[in-house]
Design a protein around this ligand. Structure first.
Ligand SMILES: Nc1nc2c(ncn2[C@@H]2O[C@H](COP(=O)(O)OP(=O)(O)OP(=O)(O)O)[C@@H](O)[C@H]2O)c(=O)[nH]1
Ligand SMILES: [Mg+2]
Length: 506
C-alpha cells in the first residue's frame, strides 16, 4: 500500500474521474491477489502520468521543428540525420538527460551534442534501438509528454490503410501508449492523409482518432503561395488559413479543424534560436531600400547571393532560422516600431507563427479530455485484469466498476463514446446536429460548448435548458435507436451544464 501511495503522489491525476478510478485501485488493492495488485500499481502509474501526445505526419512535414517550438528548446534533430527515423519521447525530468532504449529493454545514456541537441546520429546499430527517451526540465512537459515520430510512409492507394504500411513495427511499439495526436500536414496534403491519420491512431493504444484527441495543423504556412489560393488577396497567412479550412473539410470528421502554423518561426522565437545578433541583422535588413529588399525576398537563392552589405553568412543564418517570410515579418515589425528591442521582436515573430493558438487548442484537449481519456484507458486495463483473475476477485472488481460508472463524473465517458460514434460515422446524424455534439463534447468552456461566446449567464442557462429539452425529445421521438443513445448522452451533458450554471448563479 505504501509504495502505491508514492506512485500516485509522483504525478497529478487529470480530474475527478481519474481520482475515482485511482480510489478504486487503492480500495481494492488489499483485497486482490498479487498479480492483480501489481497490475493496479501499473494502472495507477499511467493514470498519474501526463497525457501522451504524439506528433505525427508525413516525412519532412516539420514535426520535429514543431516539437522543439512546443518544448521551447531546439533539442530534436531536424532536417537530415538518422535520429529523425526514431521515435523520441520528451518527458519532464529534473535533470536534462537522453536515454537510448534498446529493443532488449536496456538503456544507455546518450550525451547531448555541442549545441545541446540530441545527436543526429547515435554511433550504434540502429536495428538494436527501440526509441529515445529525453527527460527535460521544460515546464510544459509537466502537463504533457510529447512524442516525436518518424515521418509516415506512403500508402498504396488501392489498399485500405494499415498501420504497418505507414509506420515500421519498432516505431509502432514506441507510439503504442499515445493518448492524443497532433497531426501535421503541409500544403501538399495528400488524398490519403486521412487514412494515414487513421492508421497512425490505430497503432496507438487509443480509441480511433476524433476531435476528442486529435488536432491537426497546416505547417509551413509561410511557404503557401498566396496566388495559389482564391480569395487570399496576396496575403500569405490568409492563404494558409483558407487552405487550412479546405483541408479541415478533407480530414473531417477525424479532426475538428486545421490550424495554420509556421513551425520554423515558432521554433526560433521560442528557443534560443533567435539571438540579439539575429535581431541586429534584421535591423540592417530593415534599413535597405524597398526595391532591394523586395528583390532579395523573391527567393532564398537571391536572398543569399544578392550583393549587399550584410555578410552572406549572416543572411544564410537568417534564412535558416526564419526563412523569407520570417525575415519579412521581422523587417515589418522593426519598421513599424524602430526602437523595438530584441525580446519584443522575438515576441512579434512568435505571434506571427500561430503557435499560441496551437498551444491553446492542445491545452484545451489536455484540460478537457485528459481525465476522460486517461480514466477510460485505466478502466479498460482494470477490466482486463479482472478478466484474468479468479471468479471471486473478478466480481469484486466488476462490482466496483459498476458503482463507479453511476457517478456523475463518469458521464464524460459516455460523452467520449458518443463523440467517437458520431465522428467515426457509426452513428449518422444530420450535419448540424453532429456539429453540435462535437461542440458540446470537445470544449471545456461553457460558452464555447453552447456556441454562444458573448452571451451572459442568464442567456446561457436558458439555452442549455432549451437544448437539454430538445435532445430529450429527439431521444424519444424521431430518432433511430443508435441516435437515441447518443441523444440521451447529449441531453444529460446539457443538463449538467445547466445545473452547473444554476449553481454558480445561486
Ligand atoms: N519554411 C519553413 N520550413 C520549415 C517549417 N517547419 C519546418 N521547416 C523545415 O522543414 C525541414 C524538415 O523539418 P523537420 O522538423 O525535420 O521535419 P520532420 O517532419 O520532423 O521530418 P522527418 O522526421 O524526417 O519526417 C527542415 O529543414 C525545417 O527547417 C516552417 O514552418 N516553414
Ligand atoms: Mg523529425
Amino acid at each position: 500500500m505504501l509504495n502505491m501511495t508514492a506512485v500516485t503522489e509522483q504525478g497529478t491525476l487529470a480530474g475527478p474521474l481519474s481520482r475515482s478510478v485511482a480510489d478504486l485501485c487503492h480500495r481494492l488493492h488489499p483485497q486482490v491477489g498479487a498479480a492483480t495488485a501489481a497490475g493496479f500499481s501499473q494502472v495507477l502509474r499511467r493514470l498519474s502520468a501526463p497525457l501522451q501526445v504524439a506528433v505525427a505526419g508525413r516525412i519532412k512535414s516539420g514535426k520535429s521543428t514543431l516539437v522543439n517550438a512546443l518544448i521551447g528548446r531546439r533539442v530534436a534533430p531536424t532536417g537530415v540525420g538518422e535520429c529523425t527515423r526514431l521515435v523520441t519521447r520528451f518527458q519532464y525530468g529534473t535533470v536534462d538527460r537522453i536515454e537510448v532504449v534498446l529493443t532488449d529493454g536496456t538503456t544507455r545514456v546518450l550525451p547531448f551534442d555541442a549545441d545541446g541537441m540530441i545527436p543526429a546520429s547515435l554511433g550504434m546499430d540502429l536495428a538494436a534501438v527501440s526509441h529515445l527517451e529525453a527527460y527535460l526540465t521544460s515546464a510544459m512537459l509537466k502537463d504533457m509528454t510529447v512524442i516525436d515520430t518518424p515521418g509516415l510512409g506512403s500508402l498504396d492507394e488501392s489498399s485500405a490503410a494499415r498501420a504497418d504500411e505507414v509506420l515500421d513495427p519498432t516505431s509502432r511499439a514506441a507510439v503504442a501508449g499515445a493518448e492524443a495526436v497532433l497531426y501535421v500536414v503541409t500544403q501538399s496534403v495528400r488524398a490519403d492523409d486521412r487514412q494515414a491519420l487513421a492508421a497512425f491512431t490505430a497503432a496507438t493504444a487509443n480509441r480511433a482518432a476524433g476531435p476528442v484527441n486529435a488536432i491537426a495543423v497546416l505547417n509551413k504556412a509561410d511557404t503557401v503561395a498566396p496566388e495559389s489560393v482564391t480569395g487570399a488577396d496576396g496575403d500569405t497567412w490568409l492563404a494558409a488559413s483558407l487552405l487550412a479550412e479546405s483541408q479541415a473539410a478533407a480530414l473531417r470528421p477525424k479532426v475538428a479543424g486545421v490550424l495554420p502554423v509556421i513551425g520554423l518561426l515558432a521554433e526560433s522565437a521560442e528557443s534560443d534560436g533567435f539571438t540579439a545578433a539575429d535581431a541586429d541583422a534584421l535591423r540592417r535588413m530593415s534599413e535597405l531600400d524597398d526595391a532591394t529588399l523586395d528583390t532579395m525576398l523573391v527567393s532564398a537563392d537571391i536572398f543569399a547571393i544578392w550583393d549587399c552589405d550584410i555578410p552572406a553568412g549572416t543572411r544564410t543564418r537568417l534564412l535558416d532560422r526564419l526563412d523569407l517570410y520570417g525575415v519579412q515579418c521581422g523587417v515589418d515589425a522593426i519598421r513599424a516600431e524602430p526602437d523595438i528591442v530584441a525580446g519584443a521582436l522575438r515576441r512579434a515573430l512568435k505571434d506571427a507563427s500561430g503557435l499560441d493558438t496551437v498551444r491553446e487548442r492542445l491545452s484545451t484537449v489536455c484540460a478537457a479530455r485528459a481525465d476522460g481519456i486517461k480514466a477510460a484507458a485505466a478502466l479498460a486495463s482494470i477490466t482486463a485484469l479482472a478478466h484474468a483473475a479468479d471468479p471471486a476477485e473478478r466480481s469484486r472488481v466488476r462490482d466496483a466498476i459498476e458503482v463507479l460508472l453511476t457517478r456523475q463524473e463518469a458521464h464524460q465517458l459516455r460523452v467520449l463514446e458518443a463523440l467517437t460514434l458520431v465522428t467515426s460515422g457509426a452513428v449518422d446524424l444530420p450535419d448540424d446536429l453532429a456539429d453540435e455534439v462535437l461542440r458540446v463534447g470537445s470544449n471545456i468552456d461553457v460558452s464555447t460548448q453552447l456556441g454562444l461566446p458573448d452571451a451572459d449567464r442568464e442567456r446561457l442557462t436558458a439555452h442549455a435548458l432549451e437544448r437539454a429539452g430538445w435532445w430529450r425529445s429527439f431521444a424519444s421521438f424521431g430518432a433511430t435507436p443508435a441516435q437515441s443513445r447518443v441523444a440521451h448522452v447529449v441531453h444529460r451533458a446539457y443538463f449538467l451544464i445547466w445545473q452547473r450554471l444554476n449553481q454558480q448563479q445561486g
